[in-house]
Design a protein around this ligand. Structure first.
Ligand SMILES: Nc1ncnc2c1ncn2[C@@H]1O[C@H](COP(=O)(O)OP(=O)(O)OP(=O)(O)O)[C@@H](O)[C@H]1O
Ligand SMILES: [Mg+2]
Length: 454
C-alpha cells in the first residue's frame, strides 16, 4: 500500500487515481497526525509526501514529518512532492533521507516511473543487500561480458549495476580517467529493459557554449542564424533508451538549470518551435571531478546533484586493484590474438609482475594502450618485461625534438598541435584546452581562426 500525505485534496485524489490505474493500493492522509496514525496501523510500502503543508508554507512541517517517518519506518522509501520554486526544500529532504522528489505540476508517466523505481530499489535492497555475489554468480545473472575483473570493489559495483539496471533510477558514475565509466554506463543500458532502445552518449565537455540547447533539444531550420536545417536533439535521439551524459561536471551554471528542467518535467522544447515534446529516457551521468566539492563551492547546483545521483558508483583506480592487471592484460592480448592473427601471442610472468607495480595514472585505458603498443612493435610473440619497459618509456628524440628552423611558422605549429590534441582527446574540448594550457574560450577562438570544425 502507498500512503499519500497531502493537505490539498485535489492533489491527493489525482495522485491516488494515477496509482490506482497502475494497480497500486493507496491510502490518503491530509495532515501529519493522520499520516503517522495510518502508517502505524498499515505499514505502507512507500510514502508520498507533500512538503508544503498549510498556507504559511515554510516546509518545516513537511521536513519534520519526513524525519519522523524515516525514524519510524527506516526502510520504506519516501517520495517528496514540491513546487518548482521550492526545490531547495526537496534537496533538504533528500539530505534527510527521502528516496526521490518530483515537482508540481508533475508528468504522470514520470511520476509512476519514480514510484516504480523507488519501490523496486527498496525491495531489492531488502532482499539482497547483504548478499555478496561472486563473479561467476554475477555473470550467470547479468551481461558483463566486456568488463574484466574480480576485485572486490569492482564486484560490489557490478552487483549494484545489476540490481539497479532493471529500474529507471538515475546513476552517477565517478572515477578517474580511464577507469571504465563509459563501459559501466553501457552495462547499465545493456542489462536494462531499455536494451533494445538507443544508447546515446553526450560529451558535455565537448559542446560549445552557444550550441548547448540546440545540441540537446534540437532546432528547427531558421530558429537562429546558423540553423540552416532541422536538427534532432540528443534527448529526442535517446527516446525509449538511455542517455549518457559524460563529464557532467563540465556543465556551465546556465546549462545546469536547463538540464534540471528536462530531468524534472520530462519534456523539452525544440528551438524554434513552441510545442513541448515529452521525453522518455533513462539517465546515466559520469564525471571525473568531485561533484560534492563542486556543490560546496557552488559551481554545481545542489538540486541537480540530487536529481542525478539517486545511485552513485565510485569506480576504483587501477592502482587499487593490481590483482586485476594480469586478467586485463590477458583479455587485451586475447583480443589482439584474433585481430592480428597471432595465436601464439602471450605475456611472460615477469612482465605481469612488473605491470602490477606501476601507478597507472591513465588507469585501464593506459594499460590497454601499453599492451597494444607493445604487441604491435614486438616481432616475437612472447612479450616479456623488456618489451613492455621499452614501450612504457619511449626513447628520447622521438618526442623531444623540434622541427628544423623554417620548417613551420608558429601558426602552423599551433594549428597542428591543436589538431593533434583534438585527436588524442577524441574531440573532448575541455581536455584539449587543459592539455594546451588554454581556457576553453581561448581554444574556441583558435578553432575559429584556423577553421577547424569539431
Ligand atoms: N574492467 C574493464 N575490463 C575491460 N576493459 C576495460 C575495463 N575498464 C576499462 N576498460 C577499457 O579501458 C578503456 C577506457 O574505459 P572507459 O572509456 O570506459 O573509461 P572512462 O572512465 O570513461 O575514461 P574517461 O574518464 O577518460 O572518459 C576502454 O577501452 C575500456 O574498454
Ligand atoms: Mg569516458
Amino acid at each position: 500500500m502507498i500512503l499519500i500525505i497531502d493537505d490539498d485534496k485535489a492533489v491527493r485524489v489525482s495522485l491516488a487515481l494515477i496509482l490506482k490505474q497502475a494497480g497500486y493500493a493507496t491510502r490518503m492522509a491530509e495532515d501529519p497526525q493522520e499520516g503517522l496514525a495510518i502508517a502505524a496501523e498499515h505499514s505502507p510500502e512507500l510514502f508520498i509526501l507533500d512538503m508544503n503543508f498549510s498556507v504559511k508554507t515554510t516546509g518545516e512541517e513537511g521536513l519534520a514529518l519526513l524525519k519522523e517517518l524515516k525514524h519510524r519506518h527506516p526502510d520504506r522509501p519516501i517520495i517528496l512532492i514540491t513546487a518548482w520554486g521550492s526545490i531547495p526544500l526537496a534537496v533538504e529532504g533528500m539530505k534527510a533521507g527521502a528516496a526521490d522528489f518530483i515537482t508540481k505540476p508533475w508528468n504522470n508517466d514520470h511520476f509512476l516511473q519514480t514510484v516504480t523505481t523507488a519501490l523496486s530499489l527498496s525491495r531489492s535492497a531488502r532482499e539482497n543487500g547483504a548478499i555478496v555475489r561472486s563473479r561467476a554468480q554475477l555473470d550467470a545473472l547479468y551481461d558483463f561480458e566486456k568488463i574484466v575483473g574480480v576485485d572486490r570493489q569492482l564486484l560490489a559495483i557490478l552487483q549494484t549495476v545489476g540490481r539497479v539496471s532493471g529500474t529507471d533510477a538515475p546513476v552517477l558514475i565517478n572515477g578517474e580517467s580511464g577507469t571504465g565509466k563509459e563501459l559501466i554506463a553501457e552495462a547499465i543500458h545493456v542489462n536494462s529493459p531499455r536494451r533494445h532502445g538507443p544508447f546515446i552518449r553526450v560529451n558535455l565537455g565537448g559542446i560549445p557554449t552557444g550550441l548547448f540547447e540546440s545540441e540537446m533539444f534540437g532546432h528547427r531550420k531558421g530558429a537562429f542564424t546558423d540553423a540552416v536545417r532541422d536538427r534532432v536533439g540528443r534527448f529526442a535521439l535517446a527516446e525509449g533508451g538511455t542517455i549518457f551524459l559524460d563529464e557532467i561536471g563540465e556543465l556551465e551554471p546556465n546549462h545546469q538549470v536547463k538540464l534540471l528542467r528536462v530531468l524534472q518535467d520530462r519534456r523539452f522544447e525544440v528551438l524554434g518551435t513552441s510545442t513541448t515534446t515529452m521525453a522518455d529516457f533513462r539517465l546515466v551521468c559520469a564525471t571525473n571531478h568531485d561533484l560534492r566539492t563542486a556543490v560546496g563551492e557552488r559551481r554545481f547546483r545542489e538540486d541537480l546533484y540530487y536529481r542525478i545521483n539517486l545511485i552513485t558508483l565510485n569506480l576504483p583506480p587501477l592502482r587499487e586493484r593490481p590483482d586485476d592487471i594480469p586478467l586485463l592484460v590477458g583479455y587485451f592480448v586475447d583480443n589482439l590474438r584474433t585481430i592480428y592473427r597471432r595465436p601464439a601471442l602471450a605475456v611472460g610472468p615477469r612482465a605481469l609482475a612488473w605491470l602490477k607495480t606501476l601507478p597507472w595514472p591513465g588507469n585501464v585505458r593506459e594499460l590497454k594502450n601499453l599492451t597494444e603498443r607493445t604487441a604491435l612493435v614486438t616481432v616475437r610473440d612472447d612479450l616479456d618485461l623488456d618489451d613492455f619497459q621499452r614501450q612504457s618509456h619511449p626513447a628520447p628524440g622521438h618526442t623531444g625534438e623540434l622541427p628544423a628552423v623554417g620548417a613551420f611558422t608558429l601558426d602552423e605549429m599551433e594549428k597542428s598541435m591543436i589538431l593533434k590534441a583534438l585527436e588524442f582527446h577524441g574531440g573532448n574540448l575541455s581536455k584539449v584546452a587543459r592539455s594546451l594550457g588554454l581556457s576553453r574560450a581561448a581554444l574556441y577562438r583558435r578553432l575559429e581562426k584556423y577553421g577547424i570544425a569539431i
